[in-house]
Design a protein around this ligand. Sequence first.
Ligand code: M3P
Ligand code: FE
Length: 309
Amino acid sequence: MALTGVLRPGHAQVRVLDLEESVRFYRDVLGLVETGRDAEGRVYFKCWDERDHNSYVIRQADRAGIDFFGFKVLDKATLDQLDADLQAYGLATERIPAGEMLETGERVRFTLPSGHVMELYADKTSIGNGLAEVNPAPWGPQREHGIAPVRLDHALLYGPNVAEVQKIFTEVLGFYLVERVLTPDGEGNVAIWLSCSHKVHDIAFAEYPEPGKLHHCSFLMESWEQVLRAGDIMSMNLVPVDIGPTRHGVTRGCTIYAWDPSGNRFETFMGGYQPYPDYGPLTWTFDNFGQGLDYPQRKLHETFLTVVS
Ligand code: M3P
Ligand code: FE
């Protein structure tokens, strides 16, 4: 098997200002599947075609933003090895016991120099996608409720020390650099897109003075038509849209950025290409950042640089 180590983005825990309003938004407008609530009051969701119990967890708080972002790794031996590797690299790690999140095994938690809390875990209960495992239908009723993305695809996080973050992902966690936007002097990167798979990004970072900020969590749609339909559903529900529908030059992803009721940006997205680890990174110069963000309009939208949660 070629896919080992870190498999994929597994979960994000995001803060919301009004829990029940947010549940209605994520369940009925974004069309996630509610899978549970815990004693702390957190509400758990998954996308319809994900099999593990949860991928997006919300918690009520007095400010929006992201608590942590977690990656699923192949197995327990991989988890222990990556924990040791992170410590050998000089990062402090912490073990969160199994069951602290519903249906989720032990997690290894660490904080990046960008201020973001990351987690690795090997186990989360598979509850399936509602379709049979023998002679399955291609989709079921859950795909028809709200926007209904197929999976949590990636996140873009804003914070300081992106060069150090890149080293941790590429030298310890087995990711590779897919694309980057250079600083105006061309000496460093203002933003990086990293993959642990055949996807164009599993996580991305942009340089920003304040640590630990969320730019967006991204949800995968199956087609451009489904992205446009997502835009229709956003407008029917008066969801504030930030950018799009359009195409990013970076990653070639077709996108809409919009905000949840608490001001957490999310993305409905499809497309891109399929990179391999032996491809060198694609580079965007700072003067083409606008094309990187919004290829048709060639516009470096102000909100992209300044609005985070
Ligand atoms: C993405 C994404 C740039 C933004 C690109 C964004 C270059 O690829 O998935 O959100 O500004
Ligand atoms: Fe994105």
